[in-house]
Ligand binder design. Sequence first.
Ligand code: KIV
Length: 257
Amino acid sequence: MQKKILDLIKKKNKSKIISLTAYSKNIASIIDKHCDLILVGDSLGSVLYNFSSTKKVTLDMMIEHSKSVRMGVIKSLMVVDMPYNTYRNPKEALTNAKKIISQTKCDAVKLEGGKKVCQIIKTLIKNKIPVMGHLGVLPQSATNFKFKGKNNIERKNILRDSKLLEEVGVFSIILECVESSLAKEITKVINIPTIGIGASAHCDGQVLVTDDLIGLNKISARFVKKYSNIEKQINDAALKFKQDVTKIKFPTKKHSY
Ligand code: KIV
């Protein structure tokens, strides 16, 4: 197993895992120093392209954005989401995961689901492709975005799926919008790290969409905490630029040839 993955697993029960998303080089290079794991999430479909669901994200989109992110990531483990309809069976998944790994030079891929995708994950891992799991709310197949773990059947299934994913060899699991006590139980019973988004501080780590973190994304959810207001900073800079150009304060001689 790659050193970066082993180091991530070793963090369980020792220190929290820090994870953020990136879709481009400039953002990736800023957050790299603070992260253990950088995810090129298919959330880029809604965040950057205004898609109503991640289902419209293509393999080519993921590959192009990941190539850009790769240029900014030095230290963190880089994981790329396999988009919708690219892992419907083991053969398709293997072809597409190999394409992602070879073209983007990322360290691992992530795919959504539990029992249904176990055979697919087994095939990838057998072919030396590290896989990260994703349980709870699964945006690629969700009909609603309500948190998971409300009733016993849901709880039993998610707990069973976490154990199955660990058994087939994923190195970590994202828990998205999973009820706190269930996230706590999963984190306790499996030996690989859980990384939560809307799944409480009981998880071994936390992930957030960077555009949400910096206040660039208009749509917000309960699990988001905005740490800065980049929208305001860009607005202020654009306004200042407009005023300077209008008043012929920019460009000056210094900026001219
Ligand atoms: O696509 C994504 O950004 C994700 C995170 C929300 C975990 O899967």
